[in-house]
Design a protein around this ligand. Structure first.
Ligand SMILES: Cc1ncc(COP(=O)(O)O)c(C=O)c1O
Length: 376
């Protein structure tokens, strides 16, 4: 059975070009980038080319890009580094950040006694800028960490406005752009930002590789000490194939961004229209679906007696992969903090469908047909 993958916010399939680019670095080009001989120099040159690709995508300088093991590590480094090395005493964040941000903050509150304030969000999950401004009026060394796009509902924050507000109030700003890198323009020259996190596996690159952008005027110490790789911010022999794959994924995304966005948006719109046609009384959407929302994410509430797990299970049996509005990080279903924070009534069953340019209209039609059979 051919499967239909509608979980591209969880991860994306690696593209053929990325795979091809990585292959030599898994075999013949096995050098350690720190070695000075030919093998090492080849690996170093390829790593630095990837760094330049990533820097170019966000208009940063290559020296501001630090490779990490993914978005989780990048977010941990930004938050923990700011408290430890920049004198941050207070963090402002939202109730719908990714677990790696939430749990890093929880650790900092517990271990470093930092203060923590939640900024209000509206019913789309978007940050309330007036509330942020009032929170920032307090005189305390503050880091604001707010995601560019939410991974469960796709709501996009205006990170330019947030960054400007932080600048005006003298706060540091970090954004988790794991879901938006390669899909939306991010220009660090126009955004007064201190930290930004990205991850390759959300844009058809490999898993286990990400980066942290650290503004050149900021200096934080490493969380991982060792041989001094990544200009001593992140020691450990580089994940060379991963870095090469990331660089290639970014190079492709830079070229294809607009076409992907247009195509994926049209799939999402079609899916929404058809769902409303099929289930006028049973369907509602989370987030700003008619406004500023990530083209690849659609969070749907179904008013059905079918339990959410059963719904996902039946879709899975039909060859369709989607995910719940529930955190399922260790296989166990828990109520999603994001969906709860939006005040979605608990009797509704939330499913996240997330798209990629690999999907066809026919696959969307097939999914709709199966939903017609499953939803009562
Ligand atoms: C918004 C967001 N931040 C961070 C992460 C973590 O990234 P990684 O899987 O690369 O550690 C994810 C992944 O699901 C995400 O969606």
């Amino acid at each position: 059975m051919k499967r239909i993958y509608l979980d591209n916010a969880a991860t994306t399939p690696i593209s053929d070009e990325v795979f091809e680019a990585m292959l030599p670095f898994l075999k013949e080009q096995f050098g350690n980038p720190s070695s000075t001989h030919a093998e090492g120099r080849t690996a170093r040159a390829a790593v630095e080319k990837s760094r330049r690709n990533i820097a170019r995508l966000i208009a940063a300088s290559p020296s501001e890009i630090f490779f990490t093991s993914g978005g989780t590590e990048a977010n941990n480094t930004a938050l923990k580094g700011s408290v430890r090395d920049l004198g941050v005493k207070r963090i402002i964040s939202s109730p719908i950040e990714h677990a790696c941000v939430k749990n890093s903050i929880a650790a900092l509150v517990r271990d470093e006694a930092i203060r923590f304030d939640l900024v209000k969000i509206d019913h789309f999950g978007r940050v309330d800028l007036n509330h942020l401004e009032s929170l920032l009026s307090e005189d305390s060394k503050t880091l604001v960490t707010l995601m560019h796009s939410n991974n469960e509902i796709g709501t996009l924050n205006n990170i330019v406005a947030i960054a400007n507000l932080c600048k005006q109030k003298g706060a540091y700003f970090h954004t988790d752009s794991v879901q938006t890198l390669g899909y939306y323009d991010i220009n660090t020259l126009n955004i007064p930002i201190h930290f930004l996190s990205g991850s390759a596996h959300k844009l058809h690159g490999p898993k286990g590789i990400g980066f942290l952008y650290v503004n050149k005027n900021i200096h934080i110490a490493p969380l991982i000490d060792g041989g001094g790789q990544e200009r001593s911010l992140r020691s450990g022999t580089e994940n060379v194939p991963g870095i090469i794959g990331f660089g290639k994924a970014v190079e492709i995304a830079e070229k294809e961004m607009l076409d992907w966005k247009n195509y994926i948006s049209s799939l999402k719109q079609y899916f929404m229209d058809e769902l409303l046609k099929f289930f006028p009384e049973k369907v509602s959407f989370n987030g700003d679906v008619y406004g500023d929302s990530h083209c690849k994410v659609l969070s749907v509430n179904f008013d059905t007696p079918v339990p959410a797990e059963m719904l996902l299970f039946k879709l899975d049996l039909a060859g369709i992969s989607a995910s719940g509005g529930s955190a399922c990080s260790s296989g166990a279903m828990k109520a999603s903090a994001v969906i709860s924070a939006l005040g979605v009534p608990s009797h509704l069953k939330t499913v996240r469908f997330s798209f990629s340019h690999y999907l066809s209209n026919g696959e969307i039609d097939f999914t709709l047909e199966k939903l017609k059979e499953i939803i009562r």
